[in-house]
Design a protein around this ligand. Sequence first.
Ligand code: SF4
Length: 126
Amino acid sequence: MEKSENPFVRSMVCIMCPASCRLEVSKGANGEYLVSGNNCQGGKNYALNEMRDPKRIVTAVVRSDSKIVPCIPVKTDFPLKMTLIDDLLSELFSMKVTVPVHCGDVLLRDYRGTGVSVLATRSVEK
Ligand code: SF4
């Protein structure tokens, strides 16, 4: 008898709502992803996005020329493809911004044409 291939791919916890459903992803006969353990369509979409094109909100700090607040916290306005996060962090760590900076100011716009920008998350006066 031929051994069947294990269709299990990955387990994960859905972070789309506080129910925190445990999801399991396996592969169907045609190579498609099958999701189980979800209690709604949102959980299925979350799992499929995690498998096909995972994205994350990125938080970091950038240097400033302020003598009082030398590092300004920042975050992306939308989730960024995980494959681009290391490059974005390298760029942010090499930046130095001039104060004043206001919470919500765009410090890096439309990173690599993704439509994702980096915003300051606190204000720093001169
Ligand atoms: S699968 Fe649906 S119900 Fe479960 S955690 Fe995700 S969003 Fe919430």
